[in-house]
Design a protein around this ligand. Sequence first.
Ligand code: CUA
Length: 316
Amino acid sequence: MSMATGSKFMPPQATEIAKSVDSLYEFLLIVSFISCVLVIGGLIYFAIVHRRKHEGEKTPYIAHNTTLEFLWSFIPFVIFMVVFVWGWVVYHQLRHMPENGLEIGVQGQKWDWTFIYKSGRKTAGEIYVPVNQDVKLLMTSADVIHSFYIPAFRTKQDVVPGRYSALWFNANREGTFQVFCTEYCGDKHSAMAAKIHVVSREKYEDWVQTDAYKGLSSVEIGAKVYGQRCIACHSLTPTPEGANPIAPSYYGLFGKQEKLDDGSTVLVDENYVRESILNPNAKIVAGYKKGIMPTFAGQLSEEEVMGLIDYLKTVK
Ligand code: CUA
């Protein structure tokens, strides 16, 4: 029962550490399975063989057996020590940051991930890294505790507001891998995902120097930003009767008279949309809660805000 390929039970192994983690996991699984069979099997066996066979049967009095007691203490002790040392070695590999790794900044925010490259390029929801390169992520949070988890790399680290935490990896194959948030951080925690694209060094160099929105129209920029920033909470389809979404749908939103929670109405125009993005608590639509949407001030460029407004106009 080898899980080395990672195909049946585990995600793909895209780092060398993933292999070490899986070997340890496999060892624990096998040892646990054997122990389980011995303990439960022994329990059933002795219960049947040494059951009382007739009224008044007396079983022999056995106080202890030194050899047996020594063995069932000593063998588990050895196994535990092996697991401890092995686990310590793997953990040390995971936590020992590379000296000259490529460093990328990460900011977690309800409910997406922003990646900040030294070249000045910034992305949301996806990250590009070169293959066979030590990469260090220096991470912080704008609001609550999140956790950055890449199953294919077998690495995970809490992302905490007000301080930096870090993780590192060295992907050994090209491909796209999933990132999850693994610290419950509110309604859309499960939507707080991202993709890691592991590409060749040349592709990476190209990508990191390119303007993220090169050749895109304003609406296309908006659509891209929507897919990275808004999609977790705002849908593009009409809200069904009785549904209780976390945020208003974008469907037919632009140009509409929106009812607010203070009873007034507001026209959804460019200024309203802009304010809702940068200062979301200023006006709350009736039926929705204050404080759910985080501010995107400082997160989105002017180009992106305008793109979103243009994109919104097309959603009808
Ligand atoms: Cu962020 Cu869960």
